[in-house]
Design a protein around this ligand. Structure first.
Ligand SMILES: NC(=O)c1ccc[n+]([C@@H]2O[C@H](COP(=O)([O-])OP(=O)(O)OC[C@H]3O[C@@H](n4cnc5c(N)ncnc54)[C@H](O)[C@@H]3O)[C@@H](O)[C@H]2O)c1
Ligand SMILES: [Zn+2]
Length: 359
């Protein structure tokens, strides 16, 4: 089992990573409260609750299952969870365990940060995306009808226990979608990871145990490095948004349907890489390596035909309202080195998207 720490201004959060590591002994070193509530969804509950509950025998443990889906990451479910905690007379002697992917992690993290002004929180991330990205960094949120993640807090958990065994039951598309975020770390700071993924794509797709352990721990370390340098996303944390400007716009243009986050980010990363070549920063051979790796990992690189370039630009423009009215793109100076470019005009972007689509 690997152990790393996320050190922020006020916290030192242990992150444990390994295959099949969740035991009652491990939990007892990380949970000190008398009462525990495990919050998960019905899909994950069905597969894992029996086994996980067994490891919580020494605590006074309750379980709360919510429905599965991004659409339940909302303020009404948030309130219902609070109602449940209040009805069951929980007090501050409580640890909330978030067992699930990014949806559960974001929602339950938000509950933990607000119930009684904040109670203990443990993340048990079960998707690749949650293990390499969303469970690390302390962002919590629910969606608002006007936009994703508009309501939330920064709240660090007491520990994050990353058991890669969960990934064995993860649906294939969810898994490859999470791989996009792993590729991202290769592009923005660890070129050796990109090269390794390109060489070992078959093993990665087969969910080989050692591969999982390698990619999850290296990604978690990278996320920790970015977050601890910049907890509230003013500067280098923004590099984690590589591929996300176009990716988010594609997700929004498709109404968040028929495309997973990582798939949209895969397209966004290749587009940002093309812009980086266009600006004479990234070597064309590196661009080819990026494209080849994404394709070998079954990730899409083409913008879906059903959406119009002008809709994509519209969504990029909506995004930029939050950023001093400029289009902010993370580009690559070279492989492993990011720069922010906020001088790309709508017109230039529209033309580049058309150019990208025609290739
Ligand atoms: N807080 C952050 O920093 C941050 C970063 C990135 C994304 N997010 C958020 O994360 C969310 C997406 O998270 P996600 O991609 O993990 O999706 P998700 O939580 O919806 O999980 C994807 C699907 O996989 C199922 N599942 C989860 N674990 C499983 C397992 N081990 N076996 C079988 N099925 C399993 C879930 O029930 C769900 O159907 C979005 O809401 C996004 O906004 C947050
Ligand atoms: Zn992402």
């Amino acid at each position: 089992m690997k152990k790393i720490f996320l050190t922020t201004r006020n916290n030192k959060v242990p992150i444990l990573i390994g295959n099949d590591i969740i035991t009652s002994k491990l939990l007892s070193t990380h949970i000190k409260s008398k009462n525990v509530i495990i919050i998960t969804n019905e899909t994950i509950g069905k597969i894992y609750l029996k086994k996980i509950k067994n490891c919580f025998k020494r605590y006074n443990t309750q379980v709360l299952e919510i429905k599965d889906g991004e659409k339940y990451k909302n303020i009404s479910i948030f309130t219902k969870i609070h109602d449940h905690l209040i009805r069951n007379r929980f007090d501050r002697d409580l640890t909330i365990v978030a067992l699930g992917g990014g949806v559960i992690g974001d929602l339950v993290g938000f509950v933990a940060s607000t119930f009684m002004r904040g109670v203990k929180l443990i993340h048990l991330p079960t998707t690749l995306l949650a293990q390499v990205d969303s469970s690390i960094g302390g962002k919590t949120a629910v969606n608002h009808p006007n936009g994703k993640n508009l309501i939330g807090t920064f709240y660090q958990p007491d520990s994050i226990i990353i058991d890669t065994k969960f990934l064995q039951t993860l649906p294939e598309e969810e898994y490859t979608s999470g791989l996009a975020e792993v590729v991202k770390y290769g592009l923005i700071s660890k070129p050796s990871l990109l090269v390794w993924m390109n060489k070992n794509s078959k093993k990665i797709l087969s969910k080989n145990k050692d591969c999982l352990s390698y990619i999850v721990s290296i990604s978690a370390k990278e996320k920790v490095r970015f977050v601890s340098q910049d907890e509230r996303e003013s500067n280098v944390r923004a590099f984690l948004n590589y591929g996300h400007t176009l990716g988010h716009a594609i997700e929004a243009a498709m109404n968040y349907r028929n495309i997973l986050h990582g798939q949209a980010i895969s397209i966004g990363m290749l587009f940002a890489s093309m812009l980086s070549v266009e600006k004479n920063m990234l070597d064309i051979n590196d661009f080819n390596l990026i494209e080849d790796t994404l394709e070998k990992l079954n990730l899409p690189t083409e913008i879906p035909k059903r959406i119009k370039t002008r809709d994509i630009v519209k969504h990029i423009k909506f995004d930029k309202k939050k950023q001093n009215n400029r289009n902010r793109f993370v580009l690559l100076n070279k492989l492993g080195k990011c720069v922010i470019n906020d001088k790309l005009t709508d017109n230039f972007l529209g033309n580049m998207i058309e150019h990208y689509r025609s290739q």
